[in-house]
Write a protein that binds this ligand. Structure first.
Ligand code: ZN
Length: 387
């Protein structure tokens, strides 16, 4: 017994449960034998875990499958409408709220714009009104809410469910989990936006096929997540991934953290807006994006400049971690080819060649929905914790 790492059995079970749900979601209706074969698990493991999932009404037995000689196998499928999840993304410029079913399909969503002056209390009011409106618009959700997943930018304390510091709004030490649990009377779970994106990629995107990968979320800030065997690396006090605040200049532009010369002041969406302003375009980064599509040279120059710094930042990640895969996500990087391709080119230029050539750099597969989907996974993951 001494050789067994404490919690390793529970962890294995959690991972296996996640994999089984995922395979049923993707390939269902599917037989237990087929699941065992696909995932290389023992039939007993599959039987035990699927029995618990049936008990919880998360999966159901469906039609009989094709026989290969003997008895027709019973097939399993996700009970998509058994429960629903509310997913909330508190971003730098807006709050997105969505309702998802158990197949992680987004049924409905609302986005409300915010300002840097938006207070925490105003944000909670936006969330309350958005959730209530979504539930009113989707009658079947009533009484079937499984939980709330929250993804927030900045520093969070996942264990305590608190927003520690939200640089774009200046919020400090906000107990959002308790506030939302009281409001809606269901369990809530919180993590950083980039980790939610990483979760989404590890469940539904490119991260499914690799043991370890890096996610980079570029908004007004630049956050990093490192996913290892479906688990997030968190650092000593949950602060892992404040990559945007690593410095590349002593006296660079002032950053939201109070310091100067942070990489995000050179490479983020905010940097795109600043470079564009220097060239005479007074617009937000989505408007700069539109201009770049119309061939506006100043807009293209602004985006290219930020992308070169972003690539430099990615090159540093490649040189430190030697990853097999880096996933990039964020509103602008999702849709703007100058930004994405420029960053890839620049990473190639600045990373060590041997490390760059083994690393694939991709966009997040769920694009704009990656964080919302990942926040829903926070609820699903914790559901498995209790199985
Ligand atoms: Zn900073």
């Amino acid at each position: 017994m001494d050789n067994i790492v404490p919690g390793s059995f529970q962890l294995m079970k959690k991972i296996n449960t996640g994999l089984i749900i995922d395979i049923i979601r993707l390939k269902g209706p599917i037989s237990r034998a087929e699941i065992a074969k696909t995932l290389n698990l023992t039939p007993a493991t599959v039987t035990n875990i699927t029995a618990e999932l049936i008990n919880k009404n998360i999966i159901v037995e469906s039609d009989l499958g094709q026989s290969t000689g003997g008895r027709k196998p019973i097939l399993l499928k996700i009970n998509a409408e058994s429960y629903y999840i509310v997913s909330i993304h508190i971003g730098s410029t807006g709050i997105r709220t969505a309702i998802l079913n158990m197949e992680s399909k987004i049924l409905d969503k609302i986005t409300v714009k915010t300002r840097p002056e938006t207070t925490y209390e105003e944000a909670i009011k936006i969330i309350k009104e958005s959730v209530e409106r979504l539930i009113t618009q989707n009658e079947k959700v009533k009484g079937k809410l499984l939980g709330i997943g929250i993804a927030a930018h900045g520093i969070v304390d996942t264990e305590k469910g608190k927003i520690v510091f939200s640089p774009n709004y200046g919020w400090k030490d906000k107990d959002i989990r308790t506030d939302l649990e009281r409001m809606f009377d269901v369990p809530a779970f919180l993590d950083r936006d980039v980790r939610a994106m990483a979760l989404s990629e590890s469940w539904y995107g490119a991260g499914k096929y690799v043991d370890q990968f890096i996610s980079v979320k570029i908004g007004y800030g630049v956050g990093v997540a490192l996913t290892n065997n479906k688990q997030q690396i968190r650092g000593y006090t949950d602060g892992f991934g404040e990559f945007g605040h690593t410095k590349i200049a002593f006296d660079g532009p002032l950053c939201s953290c109070g310091n100067r010369g942070c990489i995000e002041t050179f490479s983020s969406e905010k940097a795109v807006e600043r470079y564009a302003a220097e060239l005479g375009i007074d617009a937000d980064c989505m408007a700069v994006h539109e201009l770049s599509l119309n061939g506006d040279e100043r807009a293209i120059t602004a985006i290219n400049k930020a992308s070169e710094y972003l690539g430099l930042a990615i090159a540093n990640l490649i040189n430190i971690f030697n990853p097999r895969l880096i996933v990039l996500g964020g509103d602008l990087i999702d849709i703007n080819d100058y930004y994405f391709n420029g960053a890839v080119e620049s990473a190639k230029k600045y990373a060590l060649t041997d490390l760059y050539k083994v690393c694939e750099i991709k966009r997040a597969e769920s694009k704009g929905d990656a964080i919302i989907k990942g926040a829903a996974v926070l609820v699903l993951e914790n559901l498995f914790d209790n199985i």
